[in-house]
Design a protein around this ligand. Structure first.
Ligand code: URA
Length: 188
């Protein structure tokens, strides 16, 4: 396992998959490196690629609003990362091979942050981190414990921008997240 400095250095120079050829920036992660609550998205979009920070485009604005409902703040009390650190062209889903090449960085981040709770943002992260058969429409908001970490998934903010009818369910999931934070004594 690498420490934060080593990991950022290695990740920043990564050429493990083809996404390195089209990226402007590696999007490593943002937030409190000792947070008890961690969010994992799928991969950077255009704005994120240009800025080098996760969730800074329209979906990111919505994510910040969602976090604020339950007193979370990306700079204060949570950590945000993605399954792949470089932007897939035209925002396509990251390929299995790209996820395989990149997942070790996320695992190292999780090992360093040591969160009590991990929230997958959307289907791709849930498939990778919770269950390869995960069905986001049926299973969002359900909780499982893996290796001592409580895990759930909620709809991806981009999905909530496309389909506002999913927002009430997500509000319920956020309230359940706040309850879980209190239940496990996570610091926020
Ligand atoms: N969507 C993601 O999954 N991650 C980001 O960082 C931005 C948009």
């Amino acid at each position: 396992m690498l420490d934060w400095g080593e990991l950022k250095g290695v990740c920043g120079n990564c050429t493990r998959c083809g996404l390195c050829e089209t990226r402007h920036n590696v999007v490593f992660g943002v937030g409190n490196e000792h947070a008890d609550v961690m969010f994992v998205g799928e991969g950077p979009g255009e704005q994120e690629d240009l800025k080098g920070e996760p969730f800074v485009g329209p979906a990111g604005k919505l994510l910040d609003d969602m976090l604020s409902i339950i007193d979370l703040d990306r700079k204060e009390n949570c950590y945000i990362a993605n399954i792949v650190k470089c932007r897939p062209p035209r925002n396509r889903d990251p390929l299995e091979t790209e996820q395989d090449a990149c997942i070790g960085y996320l695992r190292n981040q999780v090992a360093l942050v040591k969160p009590k709770i991990i929230v997958c943002l959307g289907r791709i992260a849930a498939l990778r981190l919770i269950d390869p058969g995960y069905r986001i429409t049926r299973q969002h908001g359900q909780w499982v414990q893996k290796n001592g970490v409580w895990m759930t998934a909620i709809y991806h903010p981009s999905a909530l921008l496309r389909d506002v009818t999913k927002r009430p369910e997500t509000f319920d999931d956020l309230i359940a997240l706040r309850s879980k934070i209190r239940e496990v004594g996570a610091k926020v």
